[in-house]
Ligand binder design. Structure first.
Ligand SMILES: Cc1ncc(COP(=O)(O)O)c(C=O)c1O
Length: 461
């Protein structure tokens, strides 16, 4: 095995926590208010401003911004909860089908199952999207899979690259005649979701943007409808409903955490639904169906509350939001740093003839979350050996993802998803995070070159 003068230890994805986050958390702990409160509300408005404008610098404590960016994003304790509440607000439940890419993390599918719906997997395109190489769904297969039971499509912006939502919206538009909105069960939630389904009038486009906060794409269609000119839109302002993750390994972390955002056609508002109503429903669903949160109850004489439904408990705390607020302050700089590393990795992959995900092409600006590489003409055993050898040299890598149909929970049979299996079998995810120095990145590249070279040499001899 090759020797390197100095072995480095390169973890896969440690959190990048600065003194700013630490100071903000200490301040919350000292403030006397640690659960959902003012910091969560501020974080929600700042996220709303960011996904609308691409700017993290808007003062969301200022009166106009409070008016403009409230009731647009809801912070929760995970992206999984965010996706589940998105589907519940949409009224997805037993008897419904949700179409999910076979190539994703379990949360993209399990949230639909938690709601009682059936998941139908859709294979990816052979070798992913022809331009970005992102493992995007096969859109012809997606269209063919829609039935009168289909209520939602879960598209995943894997690694931070935004899916082709124009294609997805064209498909749901073409399949409109098959769509059957659900009947209300007469509850407050049932009434809201029926009005949303009836006024959207097609299968809902639900984006899993766990990886893609801050990513954007030039699109002509969004959840709001067709725009006169194609324009750049940020994740959270494209699909009907979106979920984000602030898990420990994500670009922005709150230790754990997530958020929901929505972007709905005018017809929804014409039917009488308001953003305040949608926001309020997320609050109810995420806090036991209780009609007052802890902060509202703490006001003088305001102890009494009602339970509107026997719902869930997945709110974000102010401690989590404190970390998120300071991460968001630093985020645009972190994205630039990730981009520098991606350029370096891309150059080495070009040199080695390795295919990789292209993060900034064709009107797409990724959030640079994961760097997936695929080594041509190797077996799964060789891929695993490369991972082991890189680990022996101190470089932690990963595989995003083993296709869901291969997993025990989903039946352990990938035969109907050959493109997903093929994409996975020679894939390695390189470490990409903002604690890596230039020297670390250089070291990862050198180890990759040496280990792939050795594997190719042993193949020939
Ligand atoms: C694609 C995808 N979706 C959803 C999730 C779930 O995120 P969370 O852990 O915040 O629930 C993850 C987490 O890794 C993910 O990678």
């Amino acid at each position: 095995m090759s020797d390197f003068a100095t072995k480095r230890v390169i973890p896969f994805s440690p959190p990048d926590i600065s003194e700013l986050e630490i100071a903000e958390v200490v301040e919350v702990l000292r403030s006397g208010w640690i659960t959902t409160g003012p910091r969560v509300k501020l974080f929600e408005r700042r996220l709303a401003a960011y996904i609308e404008t691409g700017s993290t610098a808007i003062d969301c404590e200022e009166t106009d911004a409070i008016g403009k960016y409230s009731n647009r994003v809801v912070c929760l304790n995970s992206a999984t909860a965010a996706e589940e509440l998105n589907l519940r607000i949409l009224g997805v439940g037993p008897g419904d089908e949700v179409l999910v890419t076979a190539y994703t993390y379990t949360a993209s599918a399990s949230a639909a199952i938690h709601c009682g719906a059936a998941v139908k997997f859709v294979d990816i395109q052979k070798d992913g999207d022809p331009v970005t190489h992102m493992p995007e769904m096969d859109y012809d297969a997606l269209e063919a899979a829609i039935t009168p039971k289909t209520k939602a499509i879960i598209a995943v912006d894997l690694g931070g690259i935004v899916c082709d939502y124009d294609r997805v919206f064209e498909i749901v538009e073409r399949k409109k005649t098959l769509f059957v909105p659900k009947l209300s069960d007469g509850t407050i939630l049932g009434n809201l979701s029926t009005r949303i389904q009836e006024s959207i009038g097609c299968v809902a486009v639900v984006a899993d943007c766990a990886h893609s906060l801050g990513a954007s794409r030039i699109v002509s269609r969004t959840g709001k409808g067709k725009s006169p000119q194609p324009e750049r839109k940020y994740c959270g302002s494209i699909a009907h409903f979106t979920s984000f993750s602030f898990h420990a390994v994500k670009n922005i972390t709150c230790a754990e955490g997530g958020a929901s955002a929505w972007c709905l056609p005018q017809a929804v508002y014409d039917s009488g639904v308001t953003d305040e109503e949608i926001y309020h429903m997320y609050q109810l669903l995420s806090l036991h169906g209780q009609n007052k949160d802890a902060l509202a109850k703490s006001k003088v004489g305001a102890w009494e509350y009602d339970i509107i439904g026997p719902w869930y408990k997945c709110n974000m705390t102010d401690i989590m939001a404190a970390i998120g607020l300071r991460q968001l302050d630093r985020y645009l700089g972190l994205l630039v740093r990730r981009d520098v590393m991606i350029k370096k990795y891309s150059a080495v992959c070009d040199e080695l003839g390795i295919s990789y995900m292209k993060h900034h092409v064709d009107g797409t600006d990724s959030s640079n979350h994961l760097f997936l590489i695929r080594i041509p003409e190797i077996t799964i055993e060789q891929r695993n050996r490369i991972i082991e050898k890189m680990a022996e040299h101190g470089v932690s890598t990963n595989v995003h993802y083993k296709p869901l149909p291969m997993m025990t929970a989903y039946g352990q049979d990938c035969s109907a998803y050959p493109n997903s299996y093929d994409y996975y079998h020679n894939l390695i995810t390189l470490p990409l995070h903002t604690l890596l120095s230039d020297e670390d990145v250089e070291y990862v590249c050198e180890v990759l070159k040496a280990v792939v070279g050795e594997e190719r040499f042993s193949e020939i001899h």
